[in-house]
Every structure is written in C-alpha cells, then in structure tokens.
Design a protein around this ligand. Structure first.
Ligand code: KG4
Ligand code: ZN
Length: 357
C-alpha cells in the first residue's frame, strides 16, 4: 500500500511517499520525505504570519509533491491512497494541503485519508526507513503519548490508533512557544527553541541567579502551564516591574547561557513530572511511550526521556531529529493504520483549525 502524504498545517510545506507493509506487525516505511521550511519568510516578524504562510504553501505545494515522488522514484500512477494533515493548524494553511490532497485523490480515483497532525506526531518514532529491519511484532497499546511542539503540548492515552484519550494539555503557552519566546527575550533569532537549546548546552543550570518555576497546577493534574516560566525569563532579563520591583543584572553572554540552561531544565522537568504522574495514575501498565513534536529535538528532553524510560522500564519511541519537527512522513505513516481501520474520507473532508480531542 503506497501512500502520498501532504502536510501544510503551519510553516512547513511537506510531502512524503510512505509504503504501508502488512504482516504480524503492520508498519510504515518512508520512501521519501520533502520539507520546504518557510523560516526565512517569517524571521523578520519573529513568528509565523498566517497569510504569508498560506501563500507560500500555495506556491510550493506542487513542486514539493513532485520532489517527493521523484525522490521515491515513482509516478502518480503508483499511488494507492492520498493522506493529508487536515487538523489542527492555521486554517488558510490547512486549506492548501486539503485542496491539493482532494484534487489528487479525486483525479487518481484513490482513497483520501484525513489525519490529525497532533496524533501523527505520536507516530513519528515508529516510522521505518528502507534500511531498517522490519519491527519485531510488539504490542504498543495501551501507550502513553506526549506531543510537545510549537503549537501543542498534550498527553494522551492510546488504546489503538483510532482510540486516543487526551489526558492533559497546556492551559496557556505550548512548550515550544515558551522556548521561542524565552529565546526572543534573550535576543536569539526566530525560531529560538533550537538556539536556546544550543546555548543551554554551554552552561550548568545551577549557575543561574534566578529560580525558574516548575508548574504543577494541582496535585495529580496532567495539564501543563508554561506562561509563568516565560514571565520568569522576562523579569530575569528586563527586571521586575512595580513598586517593589528591581533592576536585572546585565545580560552578559555567561548569564544568558546560565538563564537558558535553567529555563530549559525547568521546562523539561515539568514535562517529565506529568509523564510520571500519568504512569502512576494509569489503571493498567503502559506498554510504550510515544513522543513527538519539534521540542522532542531538545537535547536535554531527549536525555531525560531516555532516563525516564530506563527508570520505568517502559520502551520509549523517540523520533529521529528529522521527524521531530513537522513533516509529511508521519502523516503518511499514521494514515496507513487509519486505512487498515477503514477510516477513509471523501471530498467532503474539511480543514479544521482545532483538534477533535
Ligand atoms: O512540531 P513543530 O515543527 O511545529 C508545530 O507543530 O508546532 O515544532 C516547532 C517547535 C518550535 O517552537 C521550535 O522552537 C521547537 O519546536 N523546537 C525546539 C527545538 N527544536 C525545535 N525547542 C526546544 N529545543 C529544540 N532543540
Ligand atoms: Zn507539529
């Protein structure tokens, strides 16, 4: 089963060709994955401008699809199904991908599969390449899922690829958004998350002169909050306002690195805390932890997730760096399992700015 997948929910125009392989452990093999990033278009605005993003998708979608087919060494006649990330995201951006996928599916008379972008991030750690050996037949469910990206921070229980329950989510900023804003406060260019991560690697967090809060929300809560952490960075750099305020020490390169390290540590600790709570609260043991989203590229988070898996004995499926950030391979990979479950769509498929759960 060969799937052409399209992803345009935010600022990456992406297409991939994925082969779904059946057998004792059905899995998805990535034959090609093309991502045209728009970072350079949004850099001067220090954030994604929706109108600019959707226009760039419209210009790039056909060349990107063509490149994905060329890299996979196949033509359109070879495609058995067309998949598209149809929610959640910026509506004008989603519309471009959904319109392209509908047109291709209709003109090729092939099934259309609508994929939830956040759910697809959870699949990224299970994608295989052609060089990988087929996976051993393994039972993943029930699985605990963590998505941490620029737009989303959510914990899920997965009983199958079509039965997902959201256990918690951010009540304010997404984790990646907090990284990007903290980086902007430190004067790092957009998107700052990866740059803050690099800077944090150069200093021990204990050298920071500010303590960053780890949000607990309430005992047992599986929700996240990152706005307090972001405000702590703002005050550390600009000073505390108000009658009892105080000026901030100068932002030397050493102080900047120490603040970055302490910020990163608090954000990562918050994510690990919610994972621990979810494991404790589960009525039955989880068989896997599935993670994804741009922030899973964070070096400290990767180290801490691996350590968490070691402590709990629950296998962790951490995507390689190229599949942490937005891509279409994860859309095609999950689409294969939705197709196996009979979850196909038709030309009435709608782009939706929010997720169903
Ligand atoms: O998954 P993604 O490409 O897009 C969304 O669906 O939002 O995630 C992008 C986010 C950005 O906020 C980016 O700064 C963050 O992931 N990010 C990182 C790192 N690499 C990407 N945040 C912290 N450390 C990183 N190494
Ligand atoms: Zn994403």
């Amino acid at each position: 089963m060969r799937i052409l997948a399209i992803e345009t929910s935010c600022d990456e125009t992406a297409a991939a060709v994925v082969e779904g392989r059946s057998g004792p452990s059905p899995h998805s093999v990535v034959l090609s994955s093309v991502v045209a990033s728009q970072h350079e278009l949004h850099e001067e605005y220090a954030g994604v401008v929706p109108e600019i993003a959707s226009r760039a998708h419209a210009e790039r979608i056909l060349p990107v699809v063509r490149d994905a087919l060329r890299d996979a060494g196949v033509g359109l006649g070879w495609v058995d199904a067309v998949a598209v990330g149809h929610r959640p995201g910026l509506i004008g951006c989603l519309l471009v991908g959904v319109a392209a996928a509908k047109a291709l599916s209709w003109s090729l008379s092939r099934p259309l599969i609508g994929v939830d972008h956040v759910h697809a991030h959870l699949y990224a750690g299970l994608l295989r390449t052609q060089e990988d050996p087929p996976p051993a037949a393994a039972e993943f469910f029930p699985a605990l899922g963590l998505v941490v990206s620029g737009g989303h921070t959510s914990l899920y229980r997965l009983d199958s690829w079509t039965r997902l329950t959201r256990l918690g989510a951010t009540i304010d900023d997404a984790m990646g958004e907090a990284f990007d804003k903290a980086a902007a406060i430190l004067g790092l260019p957009h998107p700052g998350g990866p740059r803050l991560d690099e800077l944090a690697e150069t200093a021990p967090e204990a050298t920071a002169d500010v303590e960053f809060p780890i949000s607990r929300i309430a005992p047992g809560s599986l929700d996240f909050s990152f706005s307090g952490l972001k405000t702590a960075m703002l005050y550390a750099v600009r000073g505390v306002p108000g009658p009892r305020g105080r000026a901030a020490p100068p932002l030397t390169p050493e102080r900047s690195a120490a603040l970055a390290a302490a910020f990163r540590k608090a954000a990562v600790d918050a994510a690990i805390l919610k994972l621990s709570r979810a494991v404790e609260q589960s009525p039955s043991p989880y068989r896997a932890i599935l993670t994804g989203g741009g922030v899973t590229a964070n070096r400290l988070l990767r180290r801490e997730l691996a350590a968490f898996s070691g402590r709990t004995g629950i296998p962790m499926y951490l995507p390689p760096l190229r599949w942490c950030v937005d891509n279409a391979a994860m859309i095609g990979g999950l689409a294969y399992h939705l197709l196996l479950a009979g979850k196909t769509a038709d030309v009435s498929l709608q782009a939706q700015p929010t997720t169903a759960l």
